[in-house]
Ligand binder design. Structure first.
Ligand SMILES: Nc1ncnc2c1ncn2[C@@H]1O[C@H](COP(=O)(O)OP(=O)(O)OP(=O)(O)O)[C@@H](O)[C@H]1O
Length: 255
């Protein structure tokens, strides 16, 4: 399968860090039975870079992603998204911030089944309060290699194609950061590679910032760097590692 990738959308002036967590802790439960899912985490995701977040089950990866994306309040510490302190933002402010500054890609695609590919992408613009520019929607779909699938509904697309629509939907608003939660988890090896290559192209050509939770060492190795969590603490960091090194490090943490 060949995929045409040519992101040529307007640049925006970015903050030095797409997302920054300062001393973030997140606790669940009551005083008597507390789980500390994140424990004093300080971490910066620089603009224009792709970071993978790994760690054993229950280590706090999803909690980190949710706190960084403003989907969950932190118990203590501060979160900066696109240069703005969102720690004490109210629900309306957070919703607005997420629609404009954040894109999401999920393992299960989460497309709206009754809408075509282009309508799914256009919806993202509508929710962000942006005029729906049809040529922009078409360009973004072409960028993910789906120019000829714009009128198709999700059930008429393969898993890999659906994930590419989801990436187009996440990208069309030019978010400060794209959060990806196991984006290749439901895909075969070949489709996963296409998706990873697309994400790489977005980083290279658009300086897109990506934060990706994954269990897959091959996916993590496609990122610029990998941070490892264990028991809610950042315990390791690797720059441009191979899949083998990532797998070894993960096995060590899980052991
Ligand atoms: N809503 C919640 N209420 C209570 N505890 C929670 C809640 N969400 C997460 N936790 C706990 O916080 C810890 C971290 O969970 P989290 O989902 O962030 O881990 P994870 O690394 O994403 O795990 P996995 O790889 O299995 O998805 C776990 O001990 C989990 O049980």
């Amino acid at each position: 399968m060949t995929t045409t990738v040519n992101f040529q959308l307007p640049q925006q002036a970015p903050a030095a860090s797409a997302v920054e967590l300062r001393g973030v802790s997140r606790e669940y439960g009551s005083k008597h039975a507390t789980v500390r899912a994140l424990n004093d985490v300080s971490l910066s995701f620089p603009t224009g870079t792709w970071t993978a977040v790994m760690g054993p089950s229950g280590s706090g990866k999803s909690t980190l992603l949710h706190c960084a994306a403003g989907l969950e309040q932190v118990s203590s510490g501060q979160v900066f998204l696109a240069g703005r302190d969102i720690t004490f933002a109210n629900d309306d402010q957070l919703t607005d911030m997420r629609r404009r500054e954040v894109g999401f890609v999920f393992q299960s695609f989460n497309l709206i089944g009754s809408l075509t590919a282009e309508q799914n992408v256009a919806l993202s613009l509508k929710l962000a309060g942006t005029r729906v520019d049809k040529s922009l929607v078409r360009t973004v779909l072409a960028n993910v290699g789906l120019a000829d699938r714009a009128k198709h509904k999700p059930r008429e697309l393969s898993g890999g194609q659906q994930q590419r629509v989801a990436i187009a939907r996440g990208m069309v608003t030019r978010p400060a950061v794209l959060f990806a939660d196991e984006p290749t988890g439901a895909l075969d090896t070949k489709s996963a590679r296409v998706v990873l290559d697309l994400l790489r192209t977005m980083v290279q050509t658009q300086r897109q910032s990506i934060v990706m939770v994954t269990h897959d060492p091959a996916a993590a190795a496609a990122a610029d760097s990998v941070v490892f969590l264990r028991d809610g603490v950042i315990v390791d960091h690797l720059a441009r590692p191979s899949a083998t090194v990532v797998a070894e490090r993960l096995a060590h943490l899980e052991g």
